[in-house]
Design a protein. Structure first.
Length: 387
């Protein structure tokens, strides 16, 4: 086998492993280097999060067009389940050879993954070694090394090499796990704020508006009572109402020090009462500076939520999928329930059995954190009325 050089080569590879933790696009080159160093023909890496599929990724040193997408869509859930159930005895960072798999699972790698998996992803390849890089209740990650069918197993030099880089692979995946989770949470917050039916203004410590969603823009355009001034600050056009609003802001923040007061209570007020439209409802709440939350990291100090009673409530599929991880089918069922359809009507409408519809409803209850159809109905009404 082609032996790697100790020292510089290995140090450079470890540096690239940590670079890939920050930029997943670099993993393919890292895996190719690992493949070459082991005298293998293929290396693969996957990361799986059961709660957030957007974080899932898979990469290989060499791959055919569309094969990664097929794996992520059809096989990654199964592989993650196998890791949780059949490989639970293996520890993070432990190198597993084909012999180890037989000892742990009672069968070969081929028995573990099945014929379809082998034919789809490993034609003419055989499993040589694997390493569990991350394994907890909701997330897992693994590295696999493969050679052409009929080739010899990895020799001791290659196994020693893998054992030396494994601690760094484990650490890199944990870095990726943390960073991607932070990014996903941050993105989820922004996406939810963009899609909810309330107007949202996020203010920095100088009370300047640094974020507003589409509904906030609609309120600014259609209702003359709320505006953003030249300095980027939010104000009400009525003198008395604006004085009250600014007083609320001052009660939540000390501009001289730029430090929020200790009061954590949200404050509500109405604005723009006239004979033609109902008053806007404003809820102003401070963002806690003493906790490690994503909004605070971006310099956001105050959130202003604006509810326009003249706007008809309506929640979108995109919001439900983002907020509760519902599938399009589950969103459709939610909307049917909002229209007072019973589970039998929904089954007939969708052409499914009553048992299937009940099973889908059970999943919706779990995802939305409700415990009965009555609680779910209350949630739907609340969402539809912008509460």
């Amino acid at each position: 086998m082609p032996h790697y050089e100790l020292g510089d080569y290995e140090s450079q590879l470890i540096s690239r492993i940590y670079e890939a933790a920050l930029d997943p696009g670099l993993w393919s080159d890292v895996l190719q280097s690992i493949t070459d160093a082991c005298g293998a023909h293929q290396s693969t890496l996957f990361f799986y999060d059961a709660q957030c599929r957007a974080r899932n990724f898979a990469v290989a040193a060499k791959t055919r067009g569309g094969i990664i997408e097929k794996y992520l869509c059809e096989f990654i859930d199964v592989e993650a389940a196998r890791m949780h159930i059949q490989l639970s005895q293996l520890k993070e960072g432990e190198l597993a050879t084909p012999t180890d798999l037989v000892r742990v699972t009672g069968g070969s790698y081929e028995d573990l993954v099945g014929v379809e998996y082998m034919e789809t992803f490993m034609p003419e390849l055989q499993f040589c070694a694997g390493i569990i890089l991350l394994h907890d209740n909701m997330t897992c990650s693994g590295l696999g090394i493969r050679k052409h069918t009929g080739s010899s197993d990895l020799d001791s030099t290659a196994e020693d090499f893998l054992r030396r880089i494994t601690p760094h692979m484990v650490q890199a995946i944990k870095i990726h796990d943390h960073l991607s989770n932070v990014k996903q949470v941050n993105q989820a917050i922004k996406e939810v704020l963009k899609r909810i039916n309330q107007g949202v203004f996020l203010l920095d410590r100088n009370l300047r508006v640094i974020f507003s969603n589409a509904e906030a823009a609609r309120v600014l355009e259609s209702r003359a009572v709320l505006e953003i001034g030249r300095q980027g600050k939010l104000y009400l056009t009525g003198d008395k109402e604006n004085q009250q609003l600014q007083s609320v802001f001052q009660s939540l923040i000390q501009p001289a020090q730029g430090i929020l007061r200790k009061s954590r209570k949200a404050i509500s007020l109405a604005a723009g009462t006239d004979f033609q439209s109902k008053p806007l409802k404003l809820t102003i709440t401070p963002v806690d500076t003493h906790t490690d939350n994503e909004l605070n990291k971006e310099g956001i100090a105050i959130a202003v939520f604006v509810n326009d009673p003249d706007r008809p409530g309506n929640f979108s599929d995109a919001y439900m999928q983002q907020a509760y991880a519902l599938t399009p089918t589950e969103c459709s069922i939610m909307k049917a329930l909002l229209k007072n359809k019973n589970i039998g009507d929904i089954a007939e409408m969708r052409g499914t059995t009553l048992e299937t519809a009940r099973s889908q409803l059970k999943i919706i209850l779990q995802k939305t954190g409700t415990h009965s159809q009555v609680e779910l109905s209350r949630l739907l009404v609340a969402l539809d009325n912008d509460v």
